[in-house]
Design a protein. Structure first.
Length: 191
């Protein structure tokens, strides 16, 4: 009888641990975005953002190798605060949103990097796929959302070369810097 009680106790403790392992999280598009900064005329940084972020994250705090990320960003949501510039960025000289309406990221590996994560994956933009490394912080502490589901946050940074993706190739670096700094903000909901 004592063995049965011990076994029942072990099983009762194991259930929460098993459920605390890998979990699926989806981004809240209303509270997620990708910000970017690029050098203009070699003298000042210009910034903007993309909304329409849809991400699915498989997160296992005990085993980063089991984690994964798949994300899609609506490139046509670009917002730099200047409507004319936004229209130019959407044109075939830059993003060509009529032909390439989204950018995607699919992770290929996730590793622990101190308290943070390093997420390597394939980033597709303007019909070109290149490897990109994201330096990821998170998840934050959880909070309960309106549906009583757990919410958390992730942030990530990366730097890409716009010319490697065929973006604005008619503009030399003295006019438009090649390096684009990305900052990703995700509010995610546990499914």
């Amino acid at each position: 009888m004592k063995c049965f009680a011990c076994l029942t106790g072990v099983v009762a403790l194991a259930v929460p641990l098993a459920t605390a392992q890998a979990s699926t999280w989806r981004s809240d598009p209303a509270h997620s975005e990708v910000d970017f900064t690029i050098r203009h005329l070699s003298i000042a940084d210009v910034s903007g953002s993309f909304g329409g972020v849809k991400a699915t994250i498989i997160y296992d705090p005990s085993d980063p190798a089991r984690c994964s990320v798949r994300a899609t960003v609506g490139v046509g949501t670009v917002n730099t605060g200047e409507a004319g510039r936004d229209d130019e960025i959407k044109s075939s000289d830059f993003f060509g949103v009529d032909e390439y309406p989204t950018a995607t990221f699919t992770s290929t590996s996730v590793t622990k990097d101190g308290a943070d994560l390093k997420v390597v994956g394939n980033f597709t933009l303007h019909g070109v796929t290149r490897p990109v490394v994201l330096d990821v912080a998170g998840p934050t502490s959880q909070a309960r959302g309106p549906e009583e589901k757990p919410y958390a946050g992730f942030s990530a940074t990366a730097t890409i070369d716009r010319t490697a993706f065929g973006i604005g190739t008619g503009f030399p670096p003295a006019i438009l810097g090649d390096e684009v700094k990305l900052k990703i903000h995700l509010e995610v909901i546990r499914q």
